[in-house]
Design a protein around this ligand. Sequence first.
Ligand code: ADP
Length: 579
Amino acid sequence: MFKKLVDTVFFLNKTGQDHYGTLRRNIILIMLLITIVPLATMVIVNYFQYRSHLRNQIITPLYAMAEKTRHSFELFLDQRVAIVRFISTTYDFKHLSDEQNIKRILVSIKKEWSGFVDIGLINTQGQLISYAGPYSLLGKNYSEQISFQETQIKGQYISNVFLGFRKYPHIVIAVQHLTEDGQVWMLRVTIDTDFFDNLIASMGLPRETDAFLISKDGVLQTNSIYYGNTLEQFPIQVPIVNFRSNSFIGTDNQNRDILLVSSPFSIAGYTLVIVQPQSVALKSWYALKTEMIVIFFISFAIIIFAIWKMTQILIDRIKSSDQKRENILTELQHAQKLSSIGRLSAGVAHEINNPLAIINEKTGLMSDLIELSTDFKHKEKFIELTAAILNSVERCRKITHRLLGFSKRINIKIEPININLIINEVLDFLGKDILYKRIDIKLLLSESIILIQSDQGLIQQILVNLLSNAFAAVNDLGEVEIETQNMKDGGIRLKISDNGHGIPDNVIKNIFDPFFTTKKEKGTGLGLSITYGIVKKLGGQISVSSEVGKGTVFTIELPDKPNELEVMNEQSEYKDSAD
Ligand code: ADP
């Protein structure tokens, strides 16, 4: 009953629910904070560390490859410049002006060095004086060309790639020579760029990787796999910083995510560019990133689940221990209430019993005297009145006896009892009520019921109280069921169920209180509080569950033997009161 009572109180007590809700929320928040925050911080820090580490690891080999290839290009160009410079210092203007001589020179350098297409001697005015090669350029004036002007300023010049008359990509190398007598002239050679393509092909690029040369203004100097052929515009702006290799991670004009490494030349206006799709370049990074994200979310899910489960267990434990505490407190208060009312009742009953005995005796005497007298006028009337007084005295006796019973100052006699037998005796005793109300009694008595050490009289009293209430609750033809069974860990269980009017929630809280009744003049409100006191004295438990309109079940659990201390206390109390 107290469980039910406390449950009801809990149900009604909204603030109690809110308290557990707030507690649950706070525990979850704190646990989330102390687990997820370090986990998330660790993942974020690791993410950035791994990213920069892996990017370095991925970009470094591309840098090395770009630098190495650029060196090969520069070596090639350096050698060509050195050869032209060697010719200009070995032969004088006059010697080179002779077409036969210059042709011989071209033949011999072509034999030794690849790439040379033609060679020409240009005088101070920019006029081509002599020429050896496949074109007829003799007499052409170069004074207006950038190549001529830049050679005059810098002493040497390497041009961007251009398509010659043969529509074949070339570059021009020009070297200026200054004689001791102040004469200035220059040697100009054309070089085909087959070597460029060979060098790029020999880089051993990974799959889907593109490498090519671009000029300072972003014009392709060699063919690119993805961005067009020589002399087309490269669509991405390549940042050039201090002739150092650079990398760039972004999106190209075809919306591909790319990694770009650029390495600018120091001796010419070219930049070597290597482009790799990010899917290839950062493959290992993407795999690691996915793993990290998956691990993070799995850990997150596990943590959330563990926190939720732990909080659930914790809150359940707190709730049940709160409930237990509340039950104990309520039981204690109830027991105290019963005990103090019990003492008071015992005192009152004791005090009233003596005057009652006197009234009884004197009224008896009065009645005898009147009966014996022969001349008394109102004899009949007086005998009727004294009988009414004696009746009332008898009723008062019954009440004082009940009050004494309530105070439990009655002798307890512990002996082995069979509850089934007591039930049958009590039913015999209540036979009239059963017949009168035509109540259907259903007996579900366990045949193997154990004998328990208890007090037969007190158990009879329990049964009479509970059955009387059940009979009062049901209509005519109502049903009352009595069930007994052995409990798993010793003791017996007794259930008395009826299909009566049931007990509303606001009433059930009070039914065990002394003098609480809903029966107006007919009830004393002592039956259940006495029953409760007896059950407790016998070391048992009593509980109730009820549904309005459906019925009520009282369950009593009694141990196989009561707590000896309780019984001894009870008997000593009895002795005290007898004294
Ligand atoms: P009384 O029977 O004198 O009223 P009790 O202590 O025996 O005193 O019962 C207290 C109250 O509990 C009753 O007035 C009644 O409202 C309620 N009650 C007890 N048993 C039942 C039952 N089986 N069905 C419905 N109400 C019950």
